[in-house]
Design a protein around this ligand. Structure first.
Ligand SMILES: NC(=O)c1ccc[n+]([C@@H]2O[C@H](COP(=O)([O-])OP(=O)(O)OC[C@H]3O[C@@H](n4cnc5c(N)ncnc54)[C@H](O)[C@@H]3O)[C@@H](O)[C@H]2O)c1
Length: 254
């Protein structure tokens, strides 16, 4: 264990799987007390078990991040359990592949906006007062390369992910002077259940990988490393940025 987050309390939404889980494990290795928040209880308790196995400290909270009462409870339980809140990672999201705009449904739009955009807003809304009480903090939101250059696979997902970038900028404007740094990570394809689900077949997965200059999807741990930098004091002069972690995909965009 190293000590880049020693003494800090981190809350990770979407901690049951993929990028969220990899980040929970890394945060705990770096000395943070971690609250693993997710609607998936078996996955969340497994993340906690993996942390405990390495002698780290973690606690699971079941939450639907689109529900304000539950999100408020998630933050309250974090402070009750570990006394403070220093780091928030908002990784909970869904990706519903939809037909082009005119054929896509209002239901898919609403569900995606509720979880992927409102869920991030609510998590920040309830976390910020606790961070202010503790003297500051670091918030890391997860957008996507789809939030920068659109996404043919889902209208609502691309718009929600673009919204997260704007939400990050606005929150950074409002809270950096008060000691809270707010940043965003924009991943390209990452080998997680979400990407395996959205690509549907091994063939399509390989096609997406081939579209990246590095010719592969990221490992979730590669995202966790970037997120750790933004969470820790190593990025003490960084706020309001969107950090692309995409194998060069954005640079290669036509
Ligand atoms: N995998 C990729 O290729 C990729 C690319 C760009 C951006 N992202 C983003 O990275 C983040 C993490 O994605 P991932 O690939 O690790 O996905 P994942 O599906 O492995 O994990 C997402 C987690 O969020 C949880 N979740 C979903 N809805 C929730 C809700 N309403 N309340 C609480 N928890 C909820 C799920 O249970 C799951 O554990 C997401 O914001 C995703 O959009 C992923």
């Amino acid at each position: 264990m190293s000590d880049r987050l020693k003494g800090k309390v981190a809350l990770v939404t979407g901690g049951a799987s993929g990028i969220g889980r990899a980040t929970c494990l890394l945060f705990a290795r770096e000395g943070a007390k971690v609250v693993v928040a997710d609607r998936n209880q078996p996955g969340g308790t497994e993340t906690v078990r993996l942390i405990h196995q390495k002698a780290g400290e973690a606690h699971f909270v079941q939450v639907d991040t689109s529900n304000a009462t539950q999100v408020e409870g998630m933050v309250r339980q974090t402070v009750e359990r570990f006394g403070r809140l220093d780091v928030l990672l908002t990784a909970a999201a869904i990706l519903i592949i939809t037909p082009p705009l005119a054929e896509s449904s209002e239901r898919d739009w609403d569900m995606t906006m509720d979880i992927d955009l409102k869920g991030v807003f609510l998590s920040m809304k309830y976390a910020i007062p606790e961070m202010l009480r503790g003297g500051g903090g670091s918030i890391i939101n997860i957008s996507s390369v789809s939030g920068i250059r659109g996404n043919v696979g889902s209208v609502a997902y691309g718009v929600a992910k673009a919204g997260i970038i704007h939400l990050t900028t606005i929150a950074a404007e409002q809270y950096t002077a008060k000691g809270i740094r707010v940043n965003c990570v924009a991943p390209g394809p990452v080998d997680t259940p979400q990407m395996r689900g959205s690509t549907g077949s091994t063939e399509e997965f390989r096609r997406v990988e081939a579209s990246v200059p590095m010719k592969r999807a990221a490992r979730p741990e590669e995202l966790a490393n970037a997120i750790l930098f933004l969470a820790s004091d190593e990025s003490s002069y960084v706020s309001g940025v969107t950090f692309s972690v995409d194998g060069g995909q954005r640079a290669a965009a036509k």
